[in-house]
Design a protein around this ligand. Structure first.
Ligand SMILES: CC(C)(COP(=O)(O)OP(=O)(O)OC[C@H]1O[C@@H](n2cnc3c(N)ncnc32)[C@H](O)[C@@H]1OP(=O)(O)O)[C@@H](O)C(=O)NCCC(=O)NCCS
Length: 177
């Protein structure tokens, strides 16, 4: 699998545009880290000031070049408003696989943005040679399950006690491996 960089040209469709994080997004990112639902479902740092967000954003090129993560802001046509994030990583080079995660800011939920962003990223990574995308969620996260279903994922396995679930989307090549 070739190294993945940020998509060029930037990914966009009728619903969302995706771009890397920029310095001017720090306040929006810090606000998202303070959202209770995002805290409950996604990893957020213990310290979540705008300065912390600036520091995290400043590491994005390094995270991408070391193939730890490619995180994309879900935004609108002119790229200004941070509606959410779709992130790839970690990557499994051997199996041409990656994890995908996502969140949408409270003001922007229920508009189809997450499904559109995850679908767009999935088509792009498969065109880059990945064959498998996996997402983790829990049985009680109805919104997340709705997004994964809308983006073409199927349930891979579910833990009866904890409710933890893994969802998968594969190309025909991925299914053969
Ligand atoms: C889960 C989350 C990403 C959904 O984002 P969104 O942009 O509102 O989702 P979409 O509008 O694309 O919805 C996709 C589908 O799920 C359904 N859905 C979304 N949120 C829902 C909710 N809270 N309850 C029931 N259904 C919901 C939608 O109706 C839609 O269904 P459809 O395809 O049949 O029309 C967003 O609520 C969020 O960020 N939550 C907190 C963080 C989180 O849970 N991230 C996922 C971690 S695994």
């Amino acid at each position: 699998m070739a190294m993945l960089g940020y998509p060029e040209p930037a990914l966009t469709n009728a619903v969302v545009a995706l771009r890397p994080w920029g310095n001017s997004d720090a306040e929006s990112l810090a606000a998202a880290w303070d959202d209770a639902q995002i805290q409950a479902t996604c990893g957020v740092p213990a310290s979540r000031t705008t300065t912390d967000a600036e520091r995290w954003i400043s590491g994005h090129l390094k995270r991408a070049s070391s193939q730890r993560a490619i995180d994309l802001v879900i935004t609108d046509d002119d790229g200004r408003v941070v509606r959410g994030e779709v992130g790839l990583g970690p990557f499994d080079q051997e199996h041409r696989a990656a994890m995908v995660g996502f969140w949408i800011g409270a003001d922007y939920r229920g508009c189809g943005y997450a499904s559109a962003a995850v679908g767009l990223v999935a088509s792009w990574v498969f065109a880059q040679g990945l064959t498998t995308l996996v997402a983790q969620t829990t049985a009680d996260n109805i919104g997340s399950i709705g997004v994964l279903q809308a983006a073409g994922f199927r349930l891979l396995d579910a833990h009866e006690t904890t409710g933890a679930q893994r969802w998968i989307r594969q190309t025909p090549d991925g299914e053969a491996t």
